[in-house]
Design a protein around this ligand. Structure first.
Ligand SMILES: NC(=O)C1=CN([C@@H]2O[C@H](COP(=O)(O)OP(=O)(O)OC[C@H]3O[C@@H](n4cnc5c(N)ncnc54)[C@H](OP(=O)(O)O)[C@@H]3O)[C@@H](O)[C@H]2O)[C@@H](O)CC1
Ligand SMILES: [K+]
Length: 558
């Protein structure tokens, strides 16, 4: 599990050490750890450290202080270091600095850290734009295989006979604590930027101090940070994290698995209301995903002709009503009246039917529900039963409008954590906001941020599959029903479902090849630049729904 802390909590944890006069000691430790990572990256990616070129961008605060001390360590190891005062940069010098940045084997970004306002000063942003352009010219395609690299780019055994600039793909960008331009706490960058210039410096590796900052787990900071390495500098944080991320290796400990003595009813029954005459496919995808997830039984309440379509595609499905341990409502525009009726019934059960002596029986445990797509359009206030809502930004925008706090889709995309949290408060539900980084918020408590996915997952039907996985997890995880007190556990299951959904896209083999298994699967995909050599291809929602079974088998060690 990755844990991200607010910049304020990290500062508060450092405060007693600073009061004891240990500021310089902390900075020395941070800089030493940073330099070690830089030297290792040079050895691994540029064939060595001695004689290689580094540009160290240093800002006005302590982040710049870390970078300046690390620059000294690098110089003593024989690296040719150019130290740049990043805020003293003149706009006229930006193109030349951009070229020098492109020519370096190593760039250290020590401009801003946890004390920063998001965004980059204009002259620096212009230099970064020139740098990107020069790198782009040298790297026509990010996936250029080594054999296609022109001979002039290849390094001889002694690093001789080189063309100007590092070989494509060998430059390493190391961020100090957090990529400059990104907010340490919410991961956002400047939202008012209209000049088209870069707003942050994207890194291959971020060396962060004490603990991960929440902004490293959240979009777009998460992608900007590349791989994150935490350096222990002797600062202990005893407050709760603000953001959590489940990693593939965590899933076996989180996911509900059947007891030895289980039978199909005690494994959890999921009631599904999905699909319509226009969209029967959504019901098939949600049903397939729930069955691939290993639900004990799936009851489908959908009307004809979607019902027959589901029964033909998934013969295990049981048609009609009956007892269920969880509900999945909404994919494929099923009848609104039917969804309303089911939600009213769960709400009435949750409120506690009046006992025979007339007293209320509050807080009854009821089957939790996952509400997707058309079901979201029926909500206009706090939910009286425990639920997971699964909007994308557009659906969340409509929902927030009905809840009296309108927000445009673009506003939500620029600050997704804030709006996911607010929607969770207003609906008293778990809100899973889909995106490149999927966020799972509860009315109060840490947010989960999951990013196993790939842009290929943004395809019709993908969300129906996620609903099926979440529904199956709720059915297995809440055999005795749930109340609002269970929202944190429901959020954990929804986050795990999002991770499994994303991993299934990375690991499914539509051509029938065997899926990745065991250890390789549990290590999970890498984000950002690291992902370059392991990309999934196009994803079909139908294949995804099937692949969930192999992903889970691999993760659970089956
Ligand atoms: N504390 C500790 O114990 C340890 C801390 N450590 C390190 O310190 C880092 C935090 O350092 P920090 O607090 O000095 O803040 P930092 O991010 O360097 O920047 C502040 C400066 O930047 C300026 N500025 C900001 N944004 C700007 C913008 N958009 N555009 C222009 N200017 C902007 C800002 O100006 P101002 O806001 O005052 O006008 C101020 O001058 C932390 O990330 C870690 O690396 C480690 O050494 C371990 C021990
Ligand atoms: K930085």
């Amino acid at each position: 599990m990755r844990r991200g802390y607010t910049a304020a909590d990290v500062r508060a944890a450092e405060r007693p050490l600073l009061d004891r006069g240990l500021g310089e000691t902390l900075m020395a430790r941070a800089a030493y750890a940073l330099a070690q990572v830089c030297l290792r990256e040079l050895r691994e990616h540029a064939g060595g450290a001695y004689g290689r070129r580094a540009v160290v961008l240093a800002g006005p605060g302590n982040n710049g202080g870390d970078a300046r001390i690390a620059a000294g360590h690098l110089a003593r190891a024989g690296v040719g270091v150019e130290l740049v005062d990043a805020l003293a940069l003149d706009a006229a010098d930006a193109p030349a600095l951009g070229r020098r940045l492109a020519d370096a084997e190593l760039v250290v970004d020590g401009v801003f850290g946890t004390g920063a306002r998001p965004g980059l000063p204009a002259a620096l942003a212009s230099a970064v734009a020139h740098w990107r352009e020069a790198r782009g010219q040298r790297e026509p395609g990010r996936n250029t295989p080594a054999a296609d690299v022109p001979a002039g780019h290849r390094r001889g055994p002694e690093g001789t006979a080189r063309r100007r600039g590092p070989r494509p793909g060998t430059q390493r960008v190391i961020a100090v604590d957090i990529p400059s331009g990104v907010d340490g706490t919410d991961g956002t960058t400047r939202s008012d930027a209209a000049d088209g210039l870069p707003e942050y410096i994207a890194a291959d590796v971020t060396v962060t101090f004490a603990e991960e900052k929440a902004g490293l787990l959240l979009p777009p900071g998460r992608v900007a940070a590349g791989r994150v390495e935490v350096a222990d500098i002797g600062v202990e944080i005893d407050t709760a994290p603000d953001v959590l991320s489940l990693e593939p290796a965590d899933l076996a400990g989180v996911w509900p698995t059947p007891a030895q003595t289980a039978h199909k009813y005690s494994r959890g029954v999921l009631g599904l209301l999905a699909g319509s005459a226009e969209y029967p496919g959504a019901a098939i995808l949600t049903a397939t995903a729930a069955l691939s997830t290993g639900v004990g039984m799936l009851r489908v309440l959908t009307a004809e002709p979607a019902r027959t379509a589901v029964l033909q595609a998934c013969p295990e499905t049981v048609p009609g009503e009956g007892r269920v341990q969880a509900w999945a409502l909404g994919p494929g525009a099923p009848e609104p009246e039917r969804m309303q009726a089911i939600m009213h019934q769960i709400a009435a059960d949750a409120a506690g039917s009046t006992a025979q002596d007339g007293s209320a029986r509050p807080g009854s445990r009821v089957p939790p529900a996952v509400l997707d797509a058309a079901a979201l359009d029926l909500l206009d206030g706090p939910l009286a039963f425990p639920a997971v809502l699964t909007p994308h930004a557009g659906e969340l925008s409509r929902l927030l409008g009905r809840l009296g706090e309108p927000a445009a889709r673009e506003e939500i995309e620029a600050a997704p954590v804030r709006y996911a949290r607010r929607a969770a408060e207003l609906t008293a539900a778990v809100v899973l906001l889909k995106g490149a980084v999927t966020l799972v918020a509860v009315p109060s408590g840490p947010v989960f941020a999951q990013s196993a996915g790939t842009p290929w997952l943004a395809t019709a039907g993908s969300g129906d599959v996620l609903t099926g996985i979440i529904g199956a997890a709720l059915a297995a995880g809440f055999l005795e029903g749930a109340s609002h007190e269970d929202l944190p556990r429901m959020a954990e299951l929804a986050a795990a479902a999002a991770e499994i959904h994303g991993l299934s896209a990375w690991h499914h083999h539509p051509d029938g090849g065997s899926p990745r298994r065991g250890r390789e699967l549990r290590q999970g995909p890498q984000l950002g630049h690291e992902a370059g050599h392991r990309r999934p291809g196009p994803v079909r929602a139908r294949d995804l729904a099937w692949a969930v079974r192999d992903t889970l088998s691999g993760l659970l060690g089956a």
